[in-house]
Write a protein that binds this ligand. Sequence first.
Ligand code: GDP
Ligand code: ZN
Length: 355
Amino acid sequence: MIDLKQYGYIDSETPPIDLIPGRVTELQRDQYTVITEHGEVTAVLKGAFYHTVGTREEFPCVGDFVFLQYNESGASRIAKLLPRRSKFSRADYSGHAAGYAKTILEQVVATNFDYVFIASSLNWDFKVSRIMRYLTQTRQSGGQPVVILTKADLVPDFSIPLAEVQKTAPGVPVHAVSSHTRSGLDELSEYLQPGKTVVFLGMSGVGKSSLLNALMNQDVMTVKGIREADSRGRHTTTHRQLFMLPSGAMVIDTPGMRELGLFGADDGISAGFHDVEDLITQCRFSDCRHQSEPGCAVLAALADGSLAPEHWERYLVQKRENKFVNDKSGYLIDKRARQKSIAMQHKGKKGGNKK
Ligand code: GDP
Ligand code: ZN
């Protein structure tokens, strides 16, 4: 029997007699993996969920505690979502391809974390302003922020950036670490206590995967060489989305979580590549990488010639160049989503008025 308290479960509510508690550790399409006292089980939502739940944000996601009907021989059924103590969400445009005037949905990407490790690399493009934006995002999430300055082995002296963060964000703990030499990692043990859950925020390339591997004492995440950073696929992640560290703490890493920190394109790029960005919103999957995904609007447009390959290449090059210097906060995602929604409604209205 597994003690769910090891997974951060607080039994504030007694489950009905036919249900047991569990924590969602993985979500693929409609398939859930849930850790329960009987171990990991696969589960689906009970039919009633689809009728009673009004919005997507009320659907369980990785990190959620749920009550489920345990089924020994097949899929268990998730019957109830328990209240969340923290969450990160992103705007989801995926409903858009089906028609005009779609509402932008809130998609929850991680929940019930205790700490948010805001990762920022010491060796390039160190910007306190970016850390502050992540801090705002973190405070809205309900998690406790911890600033992690990464790649400490690459700088002779990190006392100045460290002091700068301490001064700008008083009261927020700051640690300089190196995943390569393991210096500073010990300092993180005060957060990585049994039953505690952590998520990482930070731009691509700052060393989040490396840190997770170092804390796991094994490679669970592909670390990319900076040079090939964006040429092909971002992360060949294992399917796992909730990792149990040897310390007994957990790390949630979902594709959606990564996007919060990635946030690539800047408005300048968008201005010159409206067509491309519009196409991207039409991909079937909101996290489409435009490589081989079914329903990819970019691949379709390349195939039928409506998108010139050079134009697509130029877009990718620009994105790549901007990747490390740009930053987008949750606010900007929302802003873009709102603008898109307004544009869509406008389009819909125009069409509807035609007689
Ligand atoms: P992520 O995109 O945030 O997950 O970043 P990765 O973990 O994939 O790391 C990006 C690059 O930074 C890789 O080339 C890593 O080898 C390198 N890197 C990560 N952590 C460290 C570190 O502590 N020291 C040094 N020197 N390089 C690091
Ligand atoms: Zn695509």
